[in-house]
Structure formats: C-alpha cells, structure tokens
Ligand binder design. Structure first.
Ligand code: HEC
Length: 125
C-alpha cells in the first residue's frame, strides 16, 4: 500500500466515525422525543388531556385542576426548570397539588425530561 493510499484510508475512517457520531446524536434526540410522546400519552393524558388543556378524564375530581398548557399566560408564568422539576419530583416537592405525581424513573433520563418539557411548551396556542 502506498503512503498516499494509507492516508486516504485513515481519512475515510475518521469521516465514518464523525458521521456515525452525528447520526447517533440525532437518533438520541429523536428517540427521547418519541419516548416523551409515549410517556405523555400514557402517564399525563389521563389528567392533562391529549392537547394539554387540562381536560383529561382524570381531571374531573381534582382540585386544583391541572393547568391549561395551551394558555400563553400560563406558559409565561412558569420557568423551564419548574416544569422539569415538577415532572421529576411531583407536585408536593414544588409546593403544588399532591395529585401531580413524581416520575422517579426519569431522573436517570434527563434527555427525556427535556423532551417532555418541550412537549409541554409545544401545547401553547
Ligand atoms: C393524577 C393526575 C395527574 C397526572 C397523571 C399528571 N399530572 Fe401534572 N398536574 C396535575 C395537577 C392536578 C397539577 C396542578 C398542580 C397545582 O397547580 O397545584 C399538575 C401540574 C403539572 C405541571 C405544572 C403546572 C404549574 O402551573 O405549576 C406540569 C408541567 C405537569 N403537571 C406536567 C405533567 C406531566 C408531563 C405528566 C406526565 C409525566 C403529568 N403532569 C401527570 C395532575 C396530574
């Protein structure tokens, strides 16, 4: 093998690694988004409703009611950190209703918590 050919091979290898890394990063973000959507449908929709309006079937007996995530005023009133904390630690931990459950399994999945927060933000009208 000539020296030039060997250099080409090395360059091709480096490009493959770089591409592979980029693809994985993208897959992780897309995977977290998908997982967040599945979690929202399964765990959050019963109270918060499919469009985040706070009108899930489980909201009927709750006082206070789950907030209306589509309301721009509500969106302005909460920080990203607050949304992520209440998802992880539950209502009691942040001085809100105990009806809002914690999700301890998500502590180890910060990318899914971020994706859930983005999903909550996306309901804004
Ligand atoms: C058993 C019903 C119930 C389930 C299930 C539930 N929530 Fe809640 N959630 C509530 C209630 C009730 C509140 C309002 C708490 C308050 O304002 O005191 C709340 C509050 C919140 C808030 C903050 C509102 C605010 O103004 O501080 C966010 C964000 C939120 N929930 C997201 C979620 C997500 C995401 C899930 C699913 C992982 C989920 N909730 C599951 C009942 C529920």
């Amino acid at each position: 093998m000539t020296r030039f050919n060997r250099m080409l091979l090395v360059a091709a290898g480096a490009a493959a690694v770089a591409l592979g890394g980029a693809t994985n990063g993208w897959a992780d973000a897309a995977g977290a988004k998908k997982e967040a959507q599945e979690i929202f449908a399964m765990r959050c929709t019963p109270c918060h409703g499919p469009s985040g309006a706070g009108d899930g079937p489980g909201s009927a007996g709750l006082t206070p009611k789950p907030r209306n995530f589509t309301d721009p005023e509500w969106q302005k009133s909460v920080t990203d950190a607050h949304i992520e904390n209440i998802i992880k630690f539950g209502g009691i931990a942040v001085g809100k209703s105990p009806a809002m459950p914690s999700n301890p399994d998500l502590m180890a999945k910060p990318e899914v918590v971020t994706a859930l927060r983005e999903l909550v933000r996306s309901f804004k009208k």
